[in-house]
Structures are given as C-alpha cells and as structure tokens.
Design a protein around this ligand. Structure first.
Ligand code: CP
Ligand code: NVA
Length: 329
C-alpha cells in the first residue's frame, strides 16, 4: 500500500540537525502562543489543522505524560485522539501487524504508538499509509527528547542552536530515553558523559547510531562522580523500565550508589548552577528529595513541555506531512 510512503518519526535519528532544532524551537513557540494572555483559540493558525481527523494512540504500556500530552495536542489542533489501550488493540495479536497497519492507517491521519520492541513500531510504520510517531519503544523516546531540549532552551533563554557547548551528564540506566538524548545531543553539539553500572552500558549497535548522528564522543564511566564533572545538567530516569519488572531486585542492587544527590554532584565537580532533569515517572531511589524538589529541578517544566512538543511533532509530521518548517509564536 506504500507507493508514496509518509515520513515517520521513530527516533531523533529521523531528523537532520536543522530539523531537530526547528522542532525544539517550534515547541517553545507553541508554548509562548498558547500561554500568552492574548491567546484566542479561534484565531490560532493551528486550531483547525486536524478538524475532522482521527489520531489513534496505540499504547501497549501505561502512560501519564505521553498520553495526556498527545491527546491534548490532538485536541488543540481540532482533531480526535482515539486512545487504544492493551485491552482494545494489541499489535500482532489476533491479526497480523501488516493487516492492522493497513486498516488503521486507511481511516486515520497519523498514528502515535507506544510499544515494546522497536521492531513493532518499525513494522507498523513500514506498512502504514499515514505518519507513525513513536510514543516510546524499548530503544527510543523521541517526543520526550524534543520536550527535554525545549525545556532546557527555555530555561537558558536561548534557541536550540545555542545550546551548543553545554555538557549533560546522565547517571543511570542506558535506556530508550538516553539513546535519543545522545543522538539529539550530537545534532546540537552538546557533550554527553554517561555513568552506568558495569553490565548496563550503552549497547554497541546504539553507539554506532549515536556516532552516525554527528561529531562528538561520549565519555563513559561506571563512576557517577566522574560523569558529573563540569556538568551543566544531570539527568536520570528509572532504573527499571517498563518490561524489566522481573529484574527489579537485581537492578536495584546494581544501581546502588547511583542516587543523584547534592553531595555526589559536589564531589564530582558539577558546575555550581547545575540543573536536574528526569522524564518521570520518578522513583524514590534515583534522586534525593532535596534535588528533586529543589531549585535545580526542571522536572515539572520538562513534563509540561511534552504538550508543546507533541503539538510541534503533530504539526510537522501530520499537518505539514514531514516538511519541518519554523513556526512563529
Ligand atoms: N515521560 C513519559 O513518557 O512519561 P509517561 O510514561 O507517563 O508517558
Ligand atoms: N525508560 C522508561 C521511560 C518511561 C517514560 C521506560 O521505558 O519505562
């Protein structure tokens, strides 16, 4: 069915450096517009962009932020978000993934999916006649990363292109969020240092993808204090991603000493005004309450940016059919 395949968004890999910067800055532009006191829904240029169109959201895992931001973004553009949880539809269950992709895409304007293996969303995209956007798979989380860099650029009051030269330290598990963050960092000229426990480092095939994304080198270590040296931002995520629940005990043991605290950052020599980020949901052990709830923490702005990022992604991939162009606030 795909003689003229649509452009999909499965990873930050799918964007050029310029496109990635544009998406980030567009998210910020949408934030400005929608939060302006003069904002009127009826006169916003995108308020009818998806009128009469459906965006199915095929989620095989739970979600707070991705679901709410995506449903909200579709609603903001005048479309109908159709949430399909595991009880409603599951890819490759009861009918082939091919049949599901062809049928679902024949009646809708774009698909947002949250799946387990990356192959599931890649296969969905392969056979879909409408854009497929990744709301998280085991390997990537691109909509999160657009929001993360939008949040950072807003905090610093600069555009995405001017984030170049900063340093981000990741202390935790080498997971989906980290993968797209490293790829995104390469496209922005941001330095990454990554601390993971032994046995939990970035897989070789993912490192190749990161290297293909742009110039740079990841500093890798098993010592959290080494990673945070000179960091502007320290980031983590859960130590037990969805689907890894059976490994919980083993992982909690392996990640002992990885809690992000004021002391750890100080000992490692992070910049004095370092900021903290976490895509959420947060679990107690990953970060101290002092850091999580303190002035350094960007987590709630980061979470709210998911909404502006989702609007920017739908605008780029569904409304503008993959032509990623700048939007003015
Ligand atoms: N950060 C994030 O994707 O959160 P949810 O799992 O709640 O969607
Ligand atoms: N790494 C986490 C991210 C959740 C938003 C997971 O995959 O469960």
């Amino acid at each position: 069915p795909n003689s003229n395949p649509p452009r999909h968004f499965l990873s930050i890999r799918d964007l050029t450096s310029t496109e990635f910067k544009t998406l980030i800055d567009n998210a910020t532009a949408h934030k400005k517009t929608l939060q302006s006191p003069d904002y009127k829904y009826s006169s916003w240029s995108l308020s009818r962009a998806l009128v009469g169109q459906t965006i199915p959201m095929i989620f095989s895992k739970r979600s707070t932020r991705t679901r709410i931001s995506t449903e909200g973004a579709v609603a903001a553009l005048g479309g109908h978000p159709m949430f399909l949880g595991r009880e409603d539809i599951q890819l490759g269950v009861n009918e082939s993934l091919y049949d599901t992709s062809v049928v679902v895409s024949s009646m809708t304007a774009g698909i947002v999916a949250r799946v387990g293996p990356h192959k599931d969303i890649a296969d969905l995209a392969q056979n879909s006649s409408v854009p497929v956007m990744n709301g998280l798979c085991d390997t990537f989380h691109p909509m999160q990363i657009v929001a993360d860099f939008a949040c950072l650029s807003q905090r610093l009051g600069v555009s995405a292109g001017d984030l170049k030269g900063m340093k981000i330290a990741w202390v935790g598990d080498a997971n989906n969020v980290l993968h797209d963050m490293c790829i995104g960092a390469r496209k922005l000229g941001i330095e990454m240092a990554v601390a993971t426990p032994k046995g939990y480092s970035i897989a070789e095939h993912v490192k190749t993808m990161i290297d293909e994304a742009g110039d740079g080198k990841i500093f890798e270590t098993n010592v959290p204090e080494e990673a945070v040296k000179d960091a502007d931002v320290i980031v983590t995520d859960t130590w037990v991603s969805m689907g890894q629940e059976e490994e919980t005990l083993k992982r909690l043991q392996a990640f002992e000493g990885y809690e992000i605290t004021e002391e750890m950052a100080k000992k490692g020599g992070a910049k004095s005004d370092w900021k903290f980020m976490h895509c959420l949901p947060r679990h107690k052990e990953e970060v101290s309450d002092e850091v999580f709830h303190g002035n350094r923490s960007l987590v709630f702005s980061e979470a709210q940016n998911r909404l502006w990022a989702a609007i920017a992604v739908l605008e780029a991939f569904v409304v503008n059919k993959g032509d990623i162009k700048r939007t003015e606030a």
